[in-house]
Design a protein around this ligand. Structure first.
Ligand code: G1P
Length: 296
């Protein structure tokens, strides 16, 4: 096992149909929905790049070529902005292609998260790597990924990000049973279950969409039988590795997670990030007045 090797590559599964946002997602992938002036996927790749993950594989689907277009150069637009002397916008247009080396592969069917990650086997080889789900992101300042990558290079196993949520939300997620360790921020994972009924959930610690995995996950994904909906689960493959002796740890995340995968989470993300921006101070003022009216 590559105990001291650090993850430098990331897989971003982004092949879903995003039915919760239909009809918008008929032609605009949800990963390109704007979070103010950058799409969701830009925030995700920024988070990866800030953690040293500068090689990124997007797992996409038919009709989602706009995802890769976003990270490509736009010489026509760049020339127009250069002629106008609009340096600020020119830099903004060039930023996506400068963030990371982007590669794309199509999933070839909605066959589950495990299957999507498995499409990255050749891209990754047998190194440890990160998975960042394409519809959520964290504040870069919280340094979640760097902490996870450090821990994975020490254990050589699986490192997950866990978040405590209200009990009525657990059935929407992968849920971990855990033992504490000497480090307050780190737990040992003793079991994983995907979307349990609330009464069967072993805890209210959910798996958020950030994983550091060893390359040995790929043969395990190949061995994983399709479950509900004919989908191959990543949670099931990880739990099988755990049962066979791979160490699994969770970093308990205390920072802010932005979940743009469903309408209310997307709206909260927009409002929260807009309210933090100095250049949008007038929005904050408006929001304060608007919320006061709501309370009436
Ligand atoms: C996926 C994972 C789940 C995880 C969740 C985080 O579920 O399967 O274990 O907790 O992402 O967002 P999905 O949102 O694809 O249903």
């Amino acid at each position: 096992m590559s105990e001291n090797k650090r993850a430098t590559k990331a897989i971003v599964p982004a092949a879903g149909n995003a039915t919760r946002f239909l009809p918008s997602t008929k032609s605009v992938p949800k990963e390109l929905f704007p979070v103010i002036d950058k799409p969701v996927l830009h925030h995700i790749v920024e988070e990866a790049a800030a953690a040293g993950l500068s090689d990124v594989l997007l797992v996409t689907a038919r009709g989602k070529d706009a995802l890769t277009d976003y990270f490509d150069a736009r010489p026509d637009l760049e020339d127009a902005l250069r002629r106008k002397g609009d340096d600020k916008r020119l830099q903004a247009v060039k930023q996506p292609e400068q963030l990371a080396d982007i590669t794309a592969i199509r999933q070839g069917g909605a066959l589950g998260l495990g299957h999507a990650v498995g499409r990255g086997a050749h891209f990754v080889g047998d190194e440890p790597f990160a998975v960042l789900l394409g519809d959520e992101f964290c504040d870069i300042d919280d340094e979640l990924l760097p902490q996870m990558i450090d821990l994975q290079s020490q254990t050589g196993g699986i490192v997950l990000a866990l978040l405590e949520v209200p009990w009525d939300e657990v059935s929407r997620y992968g849920v971990a049973s855990v033992n504490s360790t000497d480090n307050d921020d780190v737990v040992e994972v003793t079991g994983l279950v995907e979307k349990p009924a609330r009464e069967n959930a072993p805890s209210n610690l959910i798996v958020v969409g950030r994983y550091i995995l060893p390359g040995t996950i790929f043969p395990e994904i190949d061995r994983t039988e399709p479950g509900r909906g004919g989908e191959i689960g990543l949670t099931e493959a990880m739990d099988a590795m755990r049962e066979n002796g791979t160490p699994v740890h969770g970093v308990v995340f205390k920072g802010r997670r932005y979940d743009t995968g469903e309408p209310v989470g997307y709206l909260k993300t927009l409002v929260e990030l807009a309210a933090q921006r100095d250049d949008l101070r007038s929005f904050r003022t408006w929001l304060r007045d608007f919320s006061a009216e709501l309370d009436d």
